[in-house]
Ligand binder design. Structure first.
Ligand SMILES: [Zn+2]
Length: 186
């Protein structure tokens, strides 16, 4: 088993040399950027796998790492990965929209993993269920070797979701849940 961890957005995601912050939310004088938050989740998750002797491939490790969205799945496959997990946060124009969502591209290959991830994340976070979505259009999920899922950890535009996800202890718990589900899946 080798797990690709894909913190969404970042440098050269959609155009070369341009940093894509993903969804952004300004609260008072503070700017929250999806790309930064999910990168922190990615590193926490990476540590968990590595501490347990499981190899990891990061599609990007810093805000300077160039990671074109169309190449991430291929790079992970070339690195010998067996699982692909993309980390994102949702955003919506109305601040009430909230909840955890797990997207997948294939009902047979990915859905069992997506279902278990969603169930476990709902239990650990107490956040609302924003559902499981079949997405055949996502370049990042075009990963050949094994299951690929995209986790929308919560809504950056929703105060409750964002405040929850910004807390370090909650980040540890969320990453532990993802780790548990993926390693039980084998
Ligand atoms: Zn995103």
């Amino acid at each position: 088993m080798k797990v690709a961890i894909d913190p969404g957005h970042g440098m050269s995601n959609t155009s070369a040399g341009v940093f894509d912050p993903g969804a952004v939310k300004r609260v008072g004088g503070v700017t929250f950027a999806e790309a930064d938050i999910v990168l922190r989740y990615g590193h926490t998750l990476r540590r968990l796998f590595e501490d347990n002797g499981i190899e990891v491939f990061m599609t990007r490790s810093s805000s300077a790492d160039a990671a074109p969205v169309g190449r991430r799945a291929r790079r992970a496959a070339d690195a010998g990965c067996t699982h692909f997990v993309s980390l994102h946060m949702n955003s919506f124009r109305t601040p009430q929209a909230n909840g955890v969502e797990v997207q997948f591209r294939d009902s047979r290959k990915d859905k069992p993993l997506a279902d278990r991830l969603l169930r476990e994340l709902l239990q650990v976070t107490g956040l609302n269920d924003h559902g499981n979505d079949l997405r055949t259009d996502l370049a990042v999920l075009r990963f050949g070797p094994g299951p690929a899922v995209l986790i929308e950890l919560g809504f950056i535009s929703n105060d409750r979701d964002r405040n929850f996800l910004m807390e370090g202890g909650n980040r540890d718990a969320v990453c532990r849940a993802i780790f548990d589900v993926i390693t039980e899946q084998g």
